[in-house]
Design a protein around this ligand. Sequence first.
Ligand SMILES: C[S@@+](CC[C@H](N)C(=O)[O-])C[C@H]1O[C@@H](n2cnc3c(N)ncnc32)[C@H](O)[C@@H]1O
Length: 303
Amino acid sequence: MLGLARRTGSATVTRSLARRAALQCRYSSSQTPQQQKEEAARRTASFGFQNVPEEEKESLVKNVFNSVASSYDLMNDATSFGVHRLWKDNFVDSLKPGRKGPMKCIDVAGGTGDIALRILDYAREKYADRETTVDIADINAEMLKEGFKRFKKTMYHNTPQVAFHEANAQEMSKFADNTYDMYTIAFGIRNCTDIPAVLREAHRILKPGGVFACLEFSRVNNPLLSTMYDQYSFSMIPLLGTLLAGDRDSYQYLVESIRRFPPQPEFARMIKDAGLTTGEFVDGGAWSDYWGGIAAVHKGVKL
Ligand SMILES: C[S@@+](CC[C@H](N)C(=O)[O-])C[C@H]1O[C@@H](n2cnc3c(N)ncnc32)[C@H](O)[C@@H]1O
């Protein structure tokens, strides 16, 4: 489906066996299967403001994006008054894809392809580059389908410049080590159960010298702006979800999940802990705030 590319190899197999063994080691071998089950159920992850068993979060998030996929682009415009477009433009501008020649990029949690399309347009329009490529990876086939439909109307359709992959950001074993010049993830990482695992995989698949860049909702530091933003997002976004998409719960989750995402310095620390080199832990260093921290761009380099 969607021409989803598959890459396998013995290194990949070895890695996934090692990962499985490491996972098994997390449980004491003296535990019975029943005890192991109980322990797994006790580990929780945030799902909006709720805590749910860790293993359930992924399917709950999948349900949210299954439900919003067909209205996702319209709702993004409606809930942000189009501001998400400016943020995404700035994000891609700041990365200057194509400036140093064609790049191999991956856009993870790429959804309907907003970032991928901007990367390809930027490289072509600024540097006449038609060789930069973007792999779009997302856990949700419905979101990818919307992206595929959209790319069908562009000059990139049926070219080697774009490919769609169903993949979990936490476990990217179908992508080889040291493959990409640039890894982007926009408004996706907060939906993942295990953020450190996402960052470790980003580090693994980047080439030495490759850039990790994340655009995500973040923490507003100004109390007045924070109050206004809370009032708007908790009342208007679920309401727009009901009116335009007939789905209040999914949009309630999306707002709540923003508040559970770690603030800028904490997320910067996680990026550094994954082995990526960042700037100082201040605005303008490891990250850049957009609109007072409503969103922020974090970057890191694999040295
Ligand atoms: C808010 S959308 C963002 C889509 C796109 N990046 C954008 O900026 O418009 C979040 C995306 O993250 C994807 N996602 C959630 N959990 C994921 C995971 N563990 N691995 C890969 N993608 C995931 C969802 O399916 C969804 O497409």
